[in-house]
Ligand binder design. Sequence first.
Ligand SMILES: NC(=O)c1ccc[n+]([C@@H]2O[C@H](COP(=O)([O-])OP(=O)(O)OC[C@H]3O[C@@H](n4cnc5c(N)ncnc54)[C@H](O)[C@@H]3O)[C@@H](O)[C@H]2O)c1
Length: 370
Amino acid sequence: MSKSVFITGGAGFIGSELVKCLLEKEDFKITIYDNLSSQVHLDFYKTPFYHNIKNKVNFVCGDIRDFELLSKSLKGHKIVFHFASETGTGQSMYQTDKYLDVNVQGTYNIIKASKKNDIEKIILSSSRSVYGEGKYLDENDLEFYPKPRDFNLISRYGFEIKYQNKKIRPVATDENSLCKPTSIYGLTKLIQEDLILDSNIPYIILRYQNVYGPGQSLLNPYTGIMSVFSNMIYNNKKILIFEDGSQTRDFVFIDDVTKINFNSVVSNDLLNEIFNIGTGKKTNVLSLCKTISSAMGKKNNFEITMKHRLGDIRHNFADVKKIKKIIKNFNTINLNQGVEKFIKWFETQDVPSSLFQKSMNELIEKKLYK
Ligand SMILES: NC(=O)c1ccc[n+]([C@@H]2O[C@H](COP(=O)([O-])OP(=O)(O)OC[C@H]3O[C@@H](n4cnc5c(N)ncnc54)[C@H](O)[C@@H]3O)[C@@H](O)[C@H]2O)c1
């Protein structure tokens, strides 16, 4: 019998890759439920993705805040994959009502509708942002979880996290680490997790690090550092590097993420657990900028701004031991290979003009960048 999968946000980056994978592999009955947010999509109905899926999946253009439509559309499905979300860290600090409404109320609607429709399992796309700064060790190798950096004091004390003048160092953050989000976005992702944990519906929670690769929105200036940088480099715009460029992130390629997502649908070996999904390797933002420029054959054109955006963390990378223990062949491709694949795809796209300056103007106007 075919499995029925309901995918919120299935028109987006990570969701659409899962849809493609499900269609290739087995006999699935798929519904995509997505409101085609204008921040993410230009003209979805003209994309090759829509062209490929239109006769193969049930596509509902709907909002997760619309409980009636959501519940009606969910009927007859067994598995829910919940991707739909507002996703911008900086933006969440001023569009807070919207982030709470979509990410929290929207997720609660999915839980209510799932209970009404006897859903067997919900898979939640969570985020490393739930950890905030994540795990550090002090001079004695004792765990330490820093508070969010003080926005008003960063310029005086520097970007690195300090604790009573002692040396501390960031280490890979595991799933048992303390969750202390530094942004409203991170907080909403943590609330999503708690709502799912409290629901008594079987679940899988996947905390992604920075996911990148072909299919990523090239339009959205509020999130997705890989596409934001690529768009600016391509359009010969100077990249404004926040802080001093030495802040680090863990970049994980979409195909590696899709493997885990597919596994979460077809198997129960990850059931009722939370997993980090990343590479376990850290990359600093400045070197990412240089890697993309070089892959595009362009000269470096950036400015180190020494300015900080409220809500941003300094370092975080995943401890991936837990997922590797269960998925033995979970190997991630390295950043250079991934960037090459991404740029190869990027160069085949109609690249929209960069909206980054608009997003910066909003931050400056709201005094969230200084
Ligand atoms: N991409 C990453 O690096 C990353 C990292 C950590 C977590 N995540 C999480 O993974 C999920 C998917 O991320 P993505 O990168 O594919 O994002 P995306 O923006 O490409 O896709 C999100 C999709 O959700 C849809 N959507 C937004 N608001 C909606 C609403 N109110 N109702 C219905 N649909 C709505 C959008 O139209 C879009 O198609 C999100 O939950 C995000 O928080 C992503």
